[in-house]
Structures are given as C-alpha cells and as structure tokens.
Design a protein around this ligand. Structure first.
Ligand code: NAD
Length: 423
C-alpha cells in the first residue's frame, strides 16, 4: 500500500484527498470507511506499444483507475494529455464517485488516461494507440463493470474505435461499453453538448438564488473544447454576453460580446490552430482571462487553474466549474471569503455523466429517446441536484462545495455500510 500511495502522490490527488478529508471530518465519517474511500479500489498501469507511421515503435504509459463500485459499475472518461499520471487519474476517478452519487446515478467512479499529445499523432497512429489501450485494459472494463467516456483529448471517434476493439474481443457488438460514441453505433442525442448544457442549467439556478438576470450577465470561459465551446454557445443562446474565451494557445476578448457561432465556424470549420488566428476580438492570455471582470467565470480546461497566486484577482460573481478540480484549496477559501458563489465541479459539470447514463440505459434497452426528452431529463436531474445541494448548504451552514461533497460521500458511505466488508 505504501508504494501505491507514493505513486499516487501529486498535486491533483492531494487536492482530491484534502477535499475528501475536510468533508469526512465535517460529517464525522466512520474512520474505517474514511480509510477505504481515500484510496482507489483498483489501479491498472499499462504500457501501450504503438507502431508509428515511420515504422518505429513507441511505448506510451496508460492508466485506468476504479475508485469505487459500491453503488454500481464504475464510470469515467479517458484523457489523452502529455501530463497524465496515476495520481491525476486517481483524483479524477474519486471525483467521479462523488459526482455520480450526488446526481443519484447508479454508478461508481473511474477514470483513464494515456500520457500522449494526441495532436502530434496521425489519425492512423491515434487509432492504433486507442485500440491497444482498449485491449490492455480489457480485463477490467465492461458494460456492467466499468464504462469509459470522452474527456480531454478524446472524442466520439476515439470512443468508436474503443467500442469496436472491445466488441471484436468478445465477438459481438457491445454498444454499452462506452458512452459519448457516434449516433450510428448507439450514441445518444444530446451527449455532445451535455456537459456545457448542464453548466448553463446550474448557472441559471445560481442566478435565480442571487436574483441576477442572464440577459445582463457577462461570461468568460477558459477552454474551448467540448465543455467550453458548448457552454459559451448555449450561454449566448440563453441571452448572456460571452466576452472572452480561450484555448491552450491563449484567448480572445471583446467587452461588447463575441459572436460565438461565427467564432466556432472559423475555429472548427476553417480549421484554425488557435483562437487568436480567428481574428475575432483582442488577443488575451489565459492568466489575463481568468482575472477579467464578469458575472460568470467558467474554467473548462484543466485542473488547478485558480490558485492562491491569482484567486485574489478573480473578479466574477459566480464561478461555474466546468473543468474538474480547477480551483485549489487555498483559492477556494479566498474566493469564498470574497463572496464568490461557487458551483463546484462535481455538480456543475455533471451534465456529461448524466447524459452518458441516458446513453447507457438506451443501449441496454435498444430503445432510443428524442432530443427533447434528453434535455428535459437532464435539466430535471441537474436542477434537482443543485437545489438539494443549495438547501443542504444553507441548512448546515457549509459552502456549496462542502455540501456537494458531503452529500455524495454520504450516499457512497450508505452503500458501503449496507453491503458490508467482504469477506
Ligand atoms: P477538450 O480536450 O475537448 O478541451 C480542452 C480545452 O482546454 C481545449 O480547448 C484546450 O485547448 C484547452 N486547454 C488545454 N490546456 C489549457 C490551458 N493550460 N489553458 C487554457 N486552456 C487550455 O476537453 P473537455 O472534454 O472539454 O474537458 C475540459 C474539462 O472538463 C476537463 O477538466 C474535463 O475533465 C472536464 N469535463 C469534461 C466532460 C466531458 O463530457 N467532456 C465532462 C465533465 C468534465
């Protein structure tokens, strides 16, 4: 166990454990359970040999971590990024456990990742990497065991290769092995923009609590991938003024509001490599973007973006955490003291896993729902989770983050106590 703890030790895992410890302390969690829930149930490290287009073989590091399965099969995305490591994957898996429990989904938490810069691989290399990674983690995944989904650096195409590889191994099609796949092989309507849509639904609830109006709100979004781009688009569609967005190369800013559909067209359709190249708005760095005055700030890129070094300069009324773990513990305290309304990650970005759950249910039933049904059910589940969290926060006098963590952890604790310890 000592060796595992050492392998896991990194800032993101420390953040997840520190949040868990704070919540466990506050809720007086059974010490035996505290010990069990701090560490993942199962962690797998794999080497992924890939034949590159030039004929050489490169070996990549891959991971799949299952944090908890007391409430159902574990669920969580797959990240392709050069900084992926076991500790980060384990932290993300732990947050998935609390997120699924908070939303009331019958899932535990998991996460996977490969240490790779996907944009440096050709499409054929990316496919070979994905297929070999899927084959390496095959023994521990399955539609009733552990169900992957997209995350940073992966998309519906990667999920399709993943689904095909798994299906080839077992000899028949298994759509329920992954979510976030294309519609043609059992994907769900509304999955692509589900996380962004969920961010908007919970932000609307927060605005209602604060007596604010989205028509008068300004929005800043860090990250312009799946979560960030859809959040920006739906925020604007819902009446807000989106004044700045960014990707890893920096951002663009226009205090009068950016035209998001046009920006998306230039970025995606015209294939620009960075947002700056789209020639829309003034160029701005990611550091500047996070400190712009706005009503709603949505970090939707990576973790630990708001730290004790910049939290003081953050000037938003609402922080809606589209990304996982974007705010460090110190920064959280600084923002709370400043009166920022924080919608914590495990609540704010749960739209993705909620619609992934719908996809998995549709695959199991071989019966597919209409887009309106998906949006309505997403709104119902995420809004109810927001309201429960808000009521809990008021009743117990704790922050929204603490309320969300305590509610999620409590549901997992109940499941462990009911099932007992084997043997
Ligand atoms: P993505 O790969 O589609 O997009 C990531 C975006 O972040 C890209 O625009 C990239 O350029 C940008 N980025 C990377 N490094 C950056 C940096 N240092 N500064 C600014 N921008 C940077 O990934 P995604 O799926 O949108 O995920 C974003 C975040 O949301 C992650 O934290 C992920 O775990 C979380 N999340 C994703 C989903 C989902 O359904 N995809 C669900 C819940 C949470």
């Amino acid at each position: 166990m000592g060796a595992l703890v050492k392998e896991l030790d990194n800032p993101t895992f420390r953040l997840a454990v520190a949040q868990f410890d704070q919540a466990a302390e506050r809720m007086n969690l059974d010490p035996n359970l505290r010990q069990r829930l701090k560490l993942p149930e199962r962690s797998l490290m794999v080497s992924i040999p890939v034949r590159m287009d030039d004929g050489t073989v490169k070996v990549f590091n891959g991971y799949r971590v299952q944090h908890d399965s007391s409430r159902g099969p574990s669920k969580g995305g797959i990240r392709y990024h050069p900084d992926v490591n076991l500790g980060e994957v384990a932290a993300l898996a732990m947050w998935m456990t609390w997120k699924c429990a908070l939303a009331g989904l019958p899932y535990g938490g998991a996460k996977g990742g490969v240490q790779v810069a996907p944009e440096r691989l050709s499409r054929a290399e990316l496919q070979r990497l994905t297929r070999r990674y899927a084959a390496e983690i095959f023994p521990i995944i399955g539609p009733d065991k552990d169900v992957p989904a997209p995350d940073v650096g992966t998309d519906a195409q990667v999920m399709a290769w993943f689904m095909d590889t798994y299906s080839q191994q077992v000899g028949f099609p298994v759509p329920g092995i992954v979510t976030g796949k294309p519609l043609s092989i059992g994907g769900s309507l509304g999955r692509e923009d589900a996380t962004g849509r969920g961010v908007v639904y919970v932000t609307l609830e927060a605005m209602r609590c604060l007596g604010l109006d989205l028509d008068k709100a300004s929005v800043v979004v860090q990250g312009f991938g799946n979560v960030g781009s859809h959040t920006a688009r739906i925020m604007q569609q819902s009446g807000a003024r989106v004044i700045a967005v960014s990707d890893k190369s920096g951002g663009v800013y226009n205090p009068k509001g950016l035209d998001i559909p046009e920006l998306l067209r230039r970025y995606r359709v015209d294939g620009h490599q960075s947002l700056g190249d789209t020639k829309m708005g003034d160029r701005i760095s990611n550091e500047e973007l996070l400190t712009l005055e706005c009503t709603i700030l949505v970090p939707a890129a990576l973790s630990e973006q708001i730290t004790r070094l910049n939290a003081d300069k953050v000037r938003c009324r609402i922080l809606a955490e589209g990304a996982n773990g974007p705010t460090t513990l110190d920064a959280d305290q600084i923002l709370t003291d400043k009166g920022v309304f924080i919608i914590p990650d495990i609540l704010a970005n749960s739209g993705g896993v909620i619609v992934s759950y719908f996809e998995w249910v549709q695959d199991a039933q071989r019966f597919f729902w209409k887009a309106e049904d998906i949006q309505d059910r997403l709104q119902e589940i995420i809004t109810a989770a927001f309201r429960r969290t808000q009521q809990f926060s008021t009743a117990k006098g704790v922050t929204m983050r603490m309320a969300a963590l305590m509610s999620g952890i409590d549901k997992v604790a109940q499941a462990h106590l009911a099932r007992g310890l084997y043997p």
